[in-house]
Design a protein around this ligand. Structure first.
Ligand SMILES: O=C(O)CCCC[C@@H]1SC[C@@H]2NC(=O)N[C@@H]21
Length: 253
């Protein structure tokens, strides 16, 4: 398959089944795989999501992708997931122009999750070695509980007009590459224009967990994003705006 990209996707490994493409990419990175190398799989037996959650990966009809990035020392990586989300959404907007981003980086269609991102990094001297993993629900139309009420797929949204997984990946990679290059040149502030117009949370009532999935859900209003990508919220019980740097957030019903 030929990609219209300069570096993302070269070289590429494809597996029929794998534990987790992120685990494979982390191992490949340790063994010296270059910036831009990509691992894809038809199915994962141990797909991982953020905050220790599992990622349902058995369908054989969806996209499971992990990219190895080797940003130069000193490049910003703190809000990298936001750039990945922006690029992913742009690629998917070819078919779903109304797709939105739920901070930090879920891609939603009408409030249902279409794609998720898991970024993992380790330091090699002063340089980061990063694996950016994303899963996109492409061809599946049925989801195991409890996802049935909260997840969607290109198939569920588009029916017969659903593109192939390769066509979807072929759109995502150039958009992702463009968003990443812009992000590495100027951090979140540089990609704010790619992210903010599609932010599902701005001015919405939300619940936040400010302690990485371990704490209680607190009611708040989402105000927007700071220049470093932190979510700014006003807690319902008053006080000054608070920064949410990790953890999770849900739209209030
Ligand atoms: O929304 C989330 O919690 C993130 C989900 C990330 C899933 C992808 S699928 C490809 C890559 N391999 C993994 O094990 N996880 C990511």
């Amino acid at each position: 398959m030929a990609f219209a990209t300069r570096w993302l996707g070269r070289p590429r490994e494809h597996w029929a089944e794998l534990g987790s493409t992120n685990d494979r990419a982390l191992a490949w990175a340790r063994a010296g795989a270059p910036h831009g190398a990509l691992v894809t799989a038809d199915a994962q037996t141990a797909g991982r999501g953020r905050l220790g959650r599992a990622w349902a990966s058995e369908s054989g009809e969806d996209l499971y992708v992990s990219a190895i990035l080797r940003p130069d020392a000193g490049k910003p990586i703190g809000a990298l997931g936001l750039a990945v989300g922006a690029g992913l959404r742009e690629g998917l907007s070819r078919w779903l122009p109304a797709a939105q981003l739920k901070w930090p980086n879920d891609v939603l269609v009408e409030g249902r999750k279409l794609a998720g991102i898991l970024c993992e990094a380790r330091w090699v001297g002063s340089s980061p070695e990063v694996v950016v993993g994303f899963g996109v629900n492409v061809g599946r139309s049925l989801f195991p509980e409890p996802l049935a009420a909260t997840a969607t797929s290109l198939r569920r949204e588009l029916g017969e007009a659903t593109p192939s997984r390769e066509a979807v990946l072929g759109r995502i990679l150039p958009a992702l590459e463009a968003a990443l290059e812009q992000f590495f040149s100027g951090g979140f502030a540089a990609i704010r224009g790619r992210y903010e117009p599609h932010c599902a949370l701005r001015d919405r009532d939300v619940f936040v967990d400010m302690s990485n999935g371990a704490g209680p859900k607190v009611q708040a209003k989402a105000l927007g994003l700071a220049d470093d990508g932190a979510l700014m919220v006003a807690l319902a019980d008053g006080g000054p705006p608070r920064r949410v740097e990790s953890g999770d957030v849900w739209l209030a019903p």
